[in-house]
Design a protein around this ligand. Structure first.
Ligand code: NAP
Length: 260
C-alpha cells in the first residue's frame, strides 16, 4: 500500500508543467507526467532526482486516444489521484486568414476538448474518493480578445469559465477546482506558436516561469477560485481588463502579437 500522494500533470515535460511538477515533488507527491515527445522520459528522470516516483507517458493530447490512454495508464497504477493539473495547451500565432484550419482545430482539440476529457475522468475519480484538487491552466488571455492568436484567447476563456463552473459543482463533493491565469511567461510557448517575431518573442517582456508556477501552486493549496500569475504589472493588467472595452484590449493585443 502506497501512502504517498499522487498528482497527474498534463504537458509536463517542459515549461509551466515541469515547474509545477518540481513544486509537487518538493511537497513529496509522486507524479504522473505526460508529453507528446520522448523528452517526457528525460524530464521524469529529472523529477525523480527530487526523491519521488514518476509515471511518464508519451501521448498526443490533441487526440481522444492520447488523452484517454494517459488516463488509463494512470488508473492502471491502482492509486488514488490526489491532485490533477490540466496544463497542456498550445497557441498559434499569425493571421486568421493565413493560418491553416487544421492547426486551429488542433489547438481547440488540445486546449478545449482535451481539457474537458481529462477533467471528466479526474473529477469522477476524485468524487468517488471524496477528495481532490484540480488546477486548470488558463491564461490572462482569457480576459481579452487576442488578435493574431485569434483562436487561442477564446480557448483559454473557455478554460477559465469551465473551471469556475466545475468548481461550484464539485465543491459540495469535497473536490476543489482552481484556475491559473498566467501572463506571458518565459517558456518555449511563444516559440512553439511561431511568435518569435512579435513582442512576445522577446524574453524580457515575459514573466518568470518559476514565479508563475509557484503562484499557481499556492493558489491551489489555498483553494482559491482563480489566480492571476506573474509580476505586479500582470496583476494590474488583469484588474484593468475588467473595465477596459473589448475593442481597446483587442487593439493592444494586436500590436503585441502581430508578426513584424
Ligand atoms: N507561456 C506563456 O506565456 C503562457 C501564458 C499563459 C498561459 N499559458 C498556458 O500554460 C500552459 C503551459 O504552457 P507552457 O508555457 O508551459 O508551454 P510549453 O513550454 O510550450 O510547454 C508545453 C508542454 O505541453 C506538452 N505538449 C505540447 N503539445 C502536446 C500534445 N499535443 N500532447 C501532449 N503534450 C503536449 C509539451 O511537451 P512535448 O513538446 O514533449 O509534447 C510541453 O511539456 C498552456 O496551457 C498555456 O496555454 C502559458
Amino acid at each position: 500500500m502506497i501512502n504517498k500522494k499522487l498528482v497527474l500533470i498534463t504537458g509536463s515535460s517542459s515549461g509551466l508543467g515541469f515547474e509545477l511538477a518540481k513544486l509537487f515533488a518538493e511537497d513529496n507527491y509522486d507524479i504522473a507526467m505526460s508529453g507528446s515527445s520522448e523528452r517526457i522520459y528525460h524530464s521524469a528522470k529529472e523529477i525523480e532526482k527530487l526523491g519521488v516516483k514518476t509515471y511518464p507517458y508519451k501521448a498526443d493530447a490533441s487526440t481522444y486516444e492520447g488523452v484517454e490512454n494517459f488516463w488509463k495508464f494512470v488508473e492502471s497504477k491502482g492509486r488514488k489521484v490526489d491532485a490533477a493539473v490540466l496544463n497542456v495547451g498550445i497557441s498559434l500565432g499569425g493571421a486568421f486568414l493565413e493560418n491553416k484550419l487544421e492547426d486551429e482545430l488542433r489547438l481547440i482539440d488540445i486546449n478545449i476538448s482535451g481539457t474537458v476529457h481529462m477533467a471528466k475522468r479526474v473529477a469522477k475519480h476524485m468524487v468517488e474518493n471524496k477528495s481532490g484538487d484540480i488546477l486548470i491552466v488558463s491564461s490572462l488571455s482569457a480576459t481579452l480578445p487576442t488578435p493574431y492568436e485569434t483562436v487561442y484567447g477564446p480557448s483559454k476563456a473557455f478554460g477559465f469559465m469551465f473551471s469556475e463552473a466545475l468548481r461550484v459543482e464539485l465543491k459540495e463533493k469535497n473536490v476543489n477546482v482552481t484556475a491559473m491565469l498566467p501572463g506571458a511567461t518565459n517558456t518555449d510557448f511563444h516559440h512553439n506558436a511561431g511568435m518569435d517575431n512579435t513582442f512576445f518573442g522577446d524574453e524580457k517582456n515575459k514573466n518568470d516561469k518559476v514565479q508563475v508556477a509557484k503562484q499557481g501552486y499556492d493558489a491551489l493549496k489555498n483553494k482559491l477560485d482563480y489566480v492571476v500569475c506573474g509580476d505586479e504589472e500582470t496583476k494590474k493588467e488583469a484588474i484593468q481588463n475588467r473595465t477596459t472595452p473589448e475593442e481597446v484590449k483587442a487593439m493592444r493585443h494586436a500590436q503585441k502579437a502581430k508578426p513584424e
